[in-house]
Design a protein around this ligand. Sequence first.
Ligand SMILES: Cc1ncc(COP(=O)(O)O)c(C=O)c1O
Length: 455
Amino acid sequence: MDGVDLADLAKEYGTPLYVMSMATLERNIAEVKKAFLGDDAMTETDCAVAEFARAEAETARAKTEVAYASKAFLCTAMAQIIERSGLSLDVVSGGELFTALRAGFPPERIIFHGSNKTPQEIEAAVLAGDVRIVVDADGEVDMIERIYEKLVSEGRLARRGADGADMPVRVLFRINPRVDIHGHEYISTGKADSKFGFSIDEDVIYPAIGRAAAAERVRPVGVHFHVGSQVFDNTAHKAAVGEALKVVKGVKDRLGVELSEVNVGGGFGIRYTDGDVRKPYSYFTDPIVGLVNEYCEANGLAVPKVIIEPGRSIVGDAGLTLYTVGSIREIAGIRKFVSVDGGMTDNIRPALYEAKYEAAIVNRAGEPVNETVTIVGKCCESGDMLIKDTRLAHAESGDILAVFTTGAYGYSMASNYNKQPIPAVVLVDGGKAQLIVRRQTYEELAARDLPLSEH
Ligand SMILES: Cc1ncc(COP(=O)(O)O)c(C=O)c1O
């Protein structure tokens, strides 16, 4: 991978091990910039999906912004890679915000999400600088106002605008566009029955945005939606942007406020197995931008900036996980289980939503793939199954197994269940490997535990 021998990596850094490819990260970033930001620096041969590559340069009138959804994979090095690429960053918790800021990410390029933000998280976002906050629920605007006032009165807020006045917090409103991606219910987030966002009913959304428009410390700048993840069909995005545009018009008509940003979230699907055919970004973004331009022209609206928030499609296929094969159990006539030294603690996706992967034995790459096995993890759960019934070369204990396309929502969802340490992450780049997240130690696992008091 990127000129580095995976078996050597396993030996040097141990397993389970996340390995991220810099070349693939760069390729995905270049691809999204080319499709959406009109950045043509990339050659056709660099393009992973060359057959879909766009023939024309970006002609859209709408301004565009790409915010990488850091929930897919975030560590200091990843924040730095995104920062250097010029993309913005979507964070969804105080922890992600902290990691980004600590890595030097500029606040004005951070978009802060969350369906239930705590006062501490709002305070951190307001204190950080010009972070945009995506308001997701009633009461959040009031919370921002209260916290802003408190910080000003405590003399802790130095958010000076050009004219010397305190800068209001730029907010977007997350709407529930009531569209269904028909994917797994856990990754479909824009249906009517969803915990995310404001209803687009007139008596809900306009009073909510109206409160923000009237507030002193808050400035409504846009609307946001996210329809779900691992989406291969642009229908839901198109339907949802139609709903968002109606809100933009409604806000102008009723409140006299021109919203300048429409954030359409992420969700662009990637290839995990043969059944998945990755579409180019332009398959989603061209119709979205087209709809925005057409609608605004037809309705006399200023064209808002369109923001996308890809997560999985930036990091998913840049990552793989290496494991060491341990026990192998063949249950006659039923199944052959190949156990590895990780599992649901480093990759919960198969157990959580039956996500599918492919794998290969690194040290048997040239051998015939002639067995059907089920790869299982080491946790005390029958559901700790990484890949059910996959084809593999004959595995022996001690072999190094690679599970592909684990770069998104793997490391970031890792847990310490069964007191398993969180694996290390290595970045490979042009024949060199660099440790970017150290493996958690047993000492660190117990470091926050406190002994029983004497009384
Ligand atoms: C608000 C928001 N934006 C962007 C994303 C990224 O989605 P994906 O990784 O599918 O591109 C998510 C994922 O849950 C999200 O909730």
